[in-house]
Structures are given as C-alpha cells and as structure tokens.
Design a protein around this ligand. Sequence first.
Ligand code: FES
Ligand code: FES
Length: 141
Amino acid sequence: RTLLVQFLREHLGMTGTHVGCDTSQCGACVVDVDGKSVKSCTILAVQAEGSKVITIEGLAESPDKLHPMQEAFRENHALQCGFCTPGMVMSAIDMVKRHNYQLDEATVRRELEGNPCRCTGYHNIVKAILAAAPAMKSAGV
Ligand code: FES
Ligand code: FES
C-alpha cells in the first residue's frame, strides 16, 4: 500500500519530493516516471517497479552544474519558500518537452494549473520556464 512518494521520502530518504496535500491537487510531489511527469502521491510504489524514476535530486549533473530549468529558476528568482519548487521544476521540464521546447506565456500559465504556489504570484516562475525552454534545447536535455 506504500505510495511512490512515501517510498521516496520515507524508505529512500529522498525528501526533495514534497507532500503538500491529501487530495492530489498540489503538485509538490511530481516526479518523472519513464519520461512523464507523475504526481507521486497518486501511484503505488509497486506500480513503478521496473520504471526509471527521476526526482529533483537527480536533475543536476553535479552540484556545480544544475539542470537548465533549475538554473532558470535561480536566475529569475522563481521561488520564495521553495515548498512547491521541486514539483514545479519537474512539471516544467515535462511541459517544455511536450511542447517541443516552444512555449508562450498563456500556455505556461495554463499548464501550471496542477502546481499551485502560495508565495510567488507566478510571474517569475513563468519567466523562468520561458527562459529554460531554449536553454534546455541548446543543452539537449
Ligand atoms: Fe499534493 Fe501529491 S502531495 S498532489
Ligand atoms: Fe512557496 Fe511556491 S515558493 S509555495
């Protein structure tokens, strides 16, 4: 009965993936499962058996080389408390890839509906995602 998010946080000690609700609405728990963003509170750990799961901890190549989306969040000051940020970053990466690295502001705002942020007002998050799209394309990630 263990949820994927519980397995990551409580069994593996990977607490970068957050839990912000009991209703599958907050998006703080988003991880990448076989190339797709998934709210890890909505699937059982056993359902991910054999899949490649990437969490926020697995994005940066090294402590000195962040993923372009992480870099864009840092550069654009796209966070305040940071609670939503891991899920926001994971969802944003999936968003960029699904739209083939081409996004406009309206699309980004619409796509973020599953990732509420209580702090930022979204403006800098949107800026960061728009900046990250070409950077991800250039970096081939
Ligand atoms: Fe809120 Fe998963 S913990 S959507
Ligand atoms: Fe605080 Fe998004 S930065 S909830």
